[in-house]
Design a binder for this molecule. Structure first.
Ligand code: PHE
Length: 485
């Protein structure tokens, strides 16, 4: 459309003096005209010269007055034709800014008598300001004085307008020739008759078909880097299958605890039981469950070895922590900082925020004399490295920690506190049967990897992120993640 108009016009005319006027005359959008001009210029159908003009555009306030009338006229019209109105009454009739500006302008124009009572001094007024604004809005020329006064009242601001004047170029033709774009066999054979499109070195290339990192992998890497910077060692989490013993019993989780129900945990059919457990330690765990010790009364029930033997898909990575702490207790004590990020499984109803398998991030520090203050300090350090520096803690319950705290972080984007993890100090009923020295304390915390990833990548359905319904396109498109926005 625009192309035909431009080439056609130049056939009979020397030049297009102003692309702006041209687009107004031919009723085409100026942006479209500019695009066509750039393209025709690229092929040298036309020569062009830039035109820059200072024009004026209305500010928001200007637009308001263009539509509703100037404040001084609004004020004038609110004053009765005969008699007067009290200033307070008048103020109630108008918006605060209209009243304020209206008073000063109408007073200056000597349209009204301002006192406690306000009355008209003239019979009729003309809304010149509105008229001038409309004129500018329609792109018509205005005189210097009105421009200056509108500018002073901040109702208009200057804007640089860019356009072109256009003449025929060396390759001018009334219609664009079809150019060859591909180096096909036919095109190469006819190269003498054909005109080839020039290379556009500015053009974007086709997107590369390359591998893409999954969002969970990217966020996992960021968490891993933070742990490593803080001096944590990674725990071996390669066994998805675990015995109930390490997943629950070693953690002082009683055998009738609801989490150990098959509704919550996936138990294995084959092999259904574990082969070996450290017998003397099993004996101590049995004793602490049944009758306590170490200052505890225990749970007072018959602890069953068959229950501890049952194989399951680990429900949390704390199972690995319990193995690691037990191993640590078998040697002369050295303090340790451990972390893991890996998969866990729960027999849960799947919905937009829950899957039956997900990833847990877990950190623990094991040293003599640690306190809850140390845990809070480490959590603040850890989460601030993710850009979450506003934390709150809420008392909670876990069978294996006391005290326990849920961790909340203030999410600026959502404007509310969101739960981001769980934490606590491992109980003596867990640590002492392992053989750790009495003054050794273990502070630990855990969170899911999916939750922060969903927040960071603005994903509201976990099934788009993980599992058989995963959205591959989302994985290709998502940018390298920035934590903490
Ligand atoms: N294991 C806990 C969970 O699955 C998280 C946790 C880890 C809590 C360590 C306290 C200490 O939610």
């Amino acid at each position: 459309m625009a192309e035909e108009a431009i080439l056609g016009f130049l056939q009979n005319n020397e030049q297009i003096t102003d692309s702006g006027q041209f687009s107004a005359e031919f009723n085409v959008d100026h942006n479209e005209v500019v695009n066509v001009i750039k393209s025709l210029h690229g092929f040298r159908y036309i020569d062009v010269q830039d035109i820059k003009k200072e024009t004026w555009v209305l500010t928001d306030e200007g637009k308001k007055y263009a539509a509703e009338g100037s404040p001084e006229v609004q004020l004038f019209l609110a004053v009765p034709e005969e008699g007067s109105i009290s200033k307070d009454e008048l103020q109630k009739k108008l918006a605060p800014s209209v009243f304020k500006i209206g008073c000063s302008q109408a007073g200056k124009n000597k349209w009204v008598e301002m006192g406690k009572q306000v009355s008209r001094k003239v019979k009729h007024v003309e809304d010149k300001v509105k008229g001038q604004l409309l004129q500018i809005q329609e792109g018509k020329e205005s005189d210097k004085d009105s421009i200056n006064s509108l500018k002073a009242r901040k109702l208009i601001v200057p804007q640089i307008w860019k356009g072109y004047s256009v003449k025929k170029g060396p390759n001018y033709a009334p219609e664009r020739k079809k150019v060859a774009t591909d180096l096909t066999r036919e095109n190469l054979q006819n190269w003498k008759e054909l005109e080839f499109k020039e290379y556009n070195f500015e053009a974007k290339g086709a997107p590369l078909e390359a591998g893409h990192l999954h969002a969970l992998l990217k966020v996992r890497k960021q968490f891993k880097d933070i742990f490593v910077q803080m001096g944590f060692e990674e725990m071996p989490t390669n066994n998805f299958v675990e015995s109930s013993f390490w997943n629950f019993d070693a953690l002082f989780q009683p055998q009738q605890h609801p989490a150990r129900d098959s509704h919550d945990t996936f138990f294995l059919k084959v092999p259904s039981t574990t082969r070996t457990l450290p017998e003397d330690y099993v004996e101590k765990v049995k004793r602490v469950h049944e009758s306590g010790g170490y200052g505890s009364r225990g749970y007072n029930y018959d602890w069953k070895r068959e229950e501890a033997n049952k194989n399951l898909l680990r429900t949390h990575t704390t199972a690995v922590s319990s193995r690691m702490l037990y191993a640590l207790a078998q040697k002369p004590f050295v303090p340790k900082k451990y972390f893991s990020i890996d998969r866990v499984f729960r027999n849960e109803a799947v919905d937009r925020t829950h899957l039956a398998e997900f990833h847990q991030i877990e950190g623990l520090i094991c040293d003599r004399g640690l306190t809850l203050g140390d845990l809070i300090g480490v959590l603040k350090d850890f989460f601030s490295r993710l850009g979450m520096s506003k934390l709150r803690f809420k008392p909670a319950y876990n069978p294996y920690t006391e005290p326990s705290m849920e961790i909340f972080s203030y999410h600026e984007g959502l404007g509310k506190w969101v739960e981001i993890g769980n934490s606590g100090m491992f109980r003596p009923e867990m640590l002492l049967p392992m053989g750790l020295p009495e003054d050794v304390r273990v502070i630990a915390w855990g969170l899911s990897l999916e939750r922060p990833t969903m927040i960071l990548y603005d994903i509201d359905n976990i099934r788009d992120l993980f599992g058989h319904k995963v959205d591959l396109d989302l994985i290709k498109r998502n940018p390298i993640c920035r934590i903490g926005i």
